[in-house]
Design a protein. Structure first.
Ligand code: ZN
Length: 75
């Protein structure tokens, strides 16, 4: 995944389930996980950093959960 700000390649520097104990970025990991943790606890949050040290979080959830979340969100 390339950086959303500068377009340079990034790498994953931390991978964690949001409710895992310990770690410097716990609060931010938990906050990032809130995009999906309201629906399922089966999620993984990754902290990514690009070559220019920009930093962001991504969330990994199953395609089944994504489909269900979208279906439930429809009016
Ligand atoms: Zn960048």
């Amino acid at each position: 995944m390339n950086c959303t700000r500068c377009g340079k390649p990034s790498r994953v520097v931390d991978t964690r389930q949001p409710d895992a104990a310990g770690g410097v970025y716990n609060g931010r990991i938990r906050k990032a996980g809130e995009v999906a943790s309201w629906y399922t606890s089966d999620i993984v949050v990754r902290r990514r950093v690009c070559l220019d040290k920009h930093e962001w979080f991504t969330v990994e959830i199953t395609t089944e959960d994504v489909t269900s979340m979208v279906e439930e969100g429809k009016p």
